[in-house]
Design a protein around this ligand. Sequence first.
Ligand code: TRP
Ligand code: SF4
Length: 343
Amino acid sequence: MNKKDAKAQGAATETAPKKQTILSGMQPTGSLHIGNLEGALRNWVRLQEEYWMYCCIVDLHALTAEFDDTRAFKEKIFQMAVDYLAAGLDPDKCAVFVQSEVKEHAELHLIFSMLISVPTLSRLPTYQEKKESLDSYGFLGYPVLQAADICLYNAHKVPVGKDQEKHIWLANDLAKRFNSTYRKVFVEPEALFTDIPLILGSDNRKMSKSYGNHIPLEATEKETEKILKKYYTDPDKVYQGDPGNPDICPVYLMHRVYTPSAAETVAPPCRTGELGCVDCKKTLTKNLNGALQPIRDRRVELLKRPDYIWEVLETGRDRAQQRAQNVMEKVRAAMKMNYRKKK
Ligand code: TRP
Ligand code: SF4
């Protein structure tokens, strides 16, 4: 999208109230895995057809944990943008951009930080969990910055996992507080919890890069096969003939996503012991590799055009900035902090 189109879209956003806005955010963790794909990305790809989408790579949030190790940020952002596009995010429908490139995030964060008490923030479970290792002023404000991300675009909906419930509630609360303290500027955002087909990691925990139990989108067919071979299964099913329980097996969970009619073709023979884990994993390897192939092909193509990726992030930034500046002008006007002579 060129700059002129970006401007038109920014304006259209304001004049077409029927089309709602979605803001999604993800920390720049580098290339993505199938948990990200099935838990978030596929949903975003669907949502971009119906909503104005803003897809924010939140590098400032990543600073809270990695303030002394920022060297890899640029490469991680690049890889993530590649995976977004490979998974089907369309830069004409969804502004993909980097948070710190739109300075208004920092500005609104500061204003919002006045509207919330320190005890409220320090009671949040996400803070409690990590306060021993992360006790910075910035980390305490993490959810305030997240609220700024969301409200800066007047997003109606925020697609997130359940673990983010309190953060979205807080964004909603801050929007309300601002509106009642000054005047109505913000939409009160709501979480869009998705019916996530849960994918678990090779050790049966949540799939996460930091656990090293993930299947990267960029893995080759062979690498995928290798990871699956080591995957956790029902520990009571030791030999092929042993009956198994698919309901506690992460391999079966993936079958439910990648194998049509898994409930008929995988679960019953697993239960009777007719199906062994080795064969079961072979089928899954084939189906998973089949499903990932188009994404992997697009990845390879996109990696040949690094300039294009950076351009997508630039036009995304322009579009985001347009909207953000528009909202911030309203914020300053509501606060009587627009120190300009009247037009
Ligand atoms: N806190 C979110 C997470 O850990 C990331 C995030 C930052 C986010 N800003 C956001 C998510 C805005 C949704 C909307 O996953
Ligand atoms: Fe899991 Fe398949 Fe083994 Fe059953 S047969 S325990 S579903 S890997």
